[in-house]
Ligand binder design. Sequence first.
Ligand SMILES: [Zn+2]
Length: 121
Amino acid sequence: MAAAMKIKKGDTVQVLSGKDRGKQGRVIEARPSEGRVIVENLNLVKRHRKPAPVRDTSRMGGAQMTPGGIFEKPSPLDVSNVMLVCPTCKQASRTAVHVKEIKGTTVRVRCCKRCNEEIDR
Ligand SMILES: [Zn+2]
């Protein structure tokens, strides 16, 4: 069963497990099909890259090198390992979904179970 993700791009979440446990960050990418999110500056993975010559078929100039170094990029976290941080009470909170009717349209709104404030507006 693919449940709809409760976490969306732009949300602030707290990491529940792994080396970044307890840290908070902003979701920069949500991947509902994978059930994963990418959180800014969290779950960083170091990528080492050696300087490498660029193959140049034009025979112009000397060998060009791509820069080497260590690059850090955030890798996806499973949504089950993060918890939404309520923008009102600033705590990692469980969410409830309230169904409201606005002008005859049914709208689903995420609410914080701690303070009952709506998270979406
Ligand atoms: Zn709250």
